[in-house]
Design a protein around this ligand. Structure first.
Ligand code: CAA
Length: 260
């Protein structure tokens, strides 16, 4: 599929996807979603890619939501189809063995906030703003916001954000745990890239097992989650990386992981 609305590059095992519709604040159209689905599939299936970064083009917006002009005339059936399409892509990001980092460079509203929340780690610029303004359009979040926001920031804060539709700035997003870190706008891609590379040099089986344990374990009660961790922990001892990591520590040298 040719990419009209996204930029996609791979450098040293780190893929960067940039939503590129700056005239519409990088709002997500059906075409943009289709391209995103295609690119996420490529990231998941390309063994050269170890970590992915999602960002928006320009300095104003990460993604200002689903495209309102496109949604205006949608029937309930079409809205359902669009919501399902986005949910499939966002679930693929969340369930992918590879870590996804959102580099939030401005407005992350509606579907944009939801896209950032589907990622594993969020880094925001000082001028970033987050919100679920759907209530002001007479609808509700449809790309996972009612489910992922309360899981990240708690029920009360999620309800306040979703019922008022008000935006919060990056420092408030940091305070409530919606973002991991806030950086100066000029430093966003350097900081995110540095974090991505830190993760990319680890042994991939361990990276994948860590993500799997946290993402899936969070959906379980504590006893089942801990039992799940036991199984994944045991699995990590069947890897060559475990042998190498422990030998390297005991021999006082750097580990050379082989991703197996
Ligand atoms: N869809 C379509 N176009 C959008 C858009 C969106 N979500 N957000 C911004 N744009 C367009 C504007 O219409 C405008 O286009 P024109 O230049 O052709 O008029 C252009 O981007 C620039 O926007 P503004 O002039 O409004 O810029 P601003 O700096 O004054 O405000 C903003 C920026 C606060 C992001 C404001 O544009 C805004 O509030 N956007 C809508 C945000 C929103 O409601 N998002 C939720 C969408 S619903 C959703 O996402 C549902 C879901 O769960 C999937």
């Amino acid at each position: 599929m040719s990419l009209e609305n996204l930029l996609f590059e791979i450098v040293e095992g780190v893929a960067t996807v940039t939503v590129n519709r700056p005239k519409a604040m990088n709002a997500l159209t059906l075409e943009t979603l289709a391209e995103l689905g295609d690119v996420v599939g490529k990231i998941v299936n390309n063994p050269e890619i170890r970590v992915a970064i999602l960002t928006g083009s320009g300095t104003k917006a990460f993604v200002a939501g689903a495209d309102i002009a496109m949604m205006r005339e949608m029937t309930p059936m079409q809205a359902r189809e669009m919501s399902l399409r986005a949910h499939r892509i966002f679930a693929e990001i969340e369930q992918s063995a590879k870590p996804f980092i959102a580099a939030v460079n401005g407005y992350a509203l509606g579907g944009g906030c939801e896209l950032a929340m589907a990622c594993d780690i969020r880094i925001a610029t000082e001028n970033a703003k987050f919100g679920q303004p759907e209530i002001n359009l007479g609808i509700l979040p449809g790309f996972g916001g009612t489910q992922r926001l309360p899981r990240l920031v708690g029920k009360g804060r999620a309800l306040e954000l979703i019922l008022t539709g008000e935006m919060i700035d990056a420092s408030e997003a940091f305070r409530i745990g919606l973002v991991n870190r806030v950086v100066a706008p000029g430093e966003l891609l350097a900081e995110t890239g540095q974090l991505a590379r830190k993760i990319a040099v680890k042994g991939q089986p361990a990276v994948q097992l860590c993500k799997q344990a946290i993402v899936n374990g969070l959906e379980m009660d504590i006893a089942r989650g801990c039992a799940y961790e036991v199984e994944l922990f045991a699995n990590s001892f069947s890897t060559a990386d475990q042998q190498e990591g422990m030998a390297a520590f005991l021999e006082k040298r750097l580990a050379v992981f082989r991703d197996c």
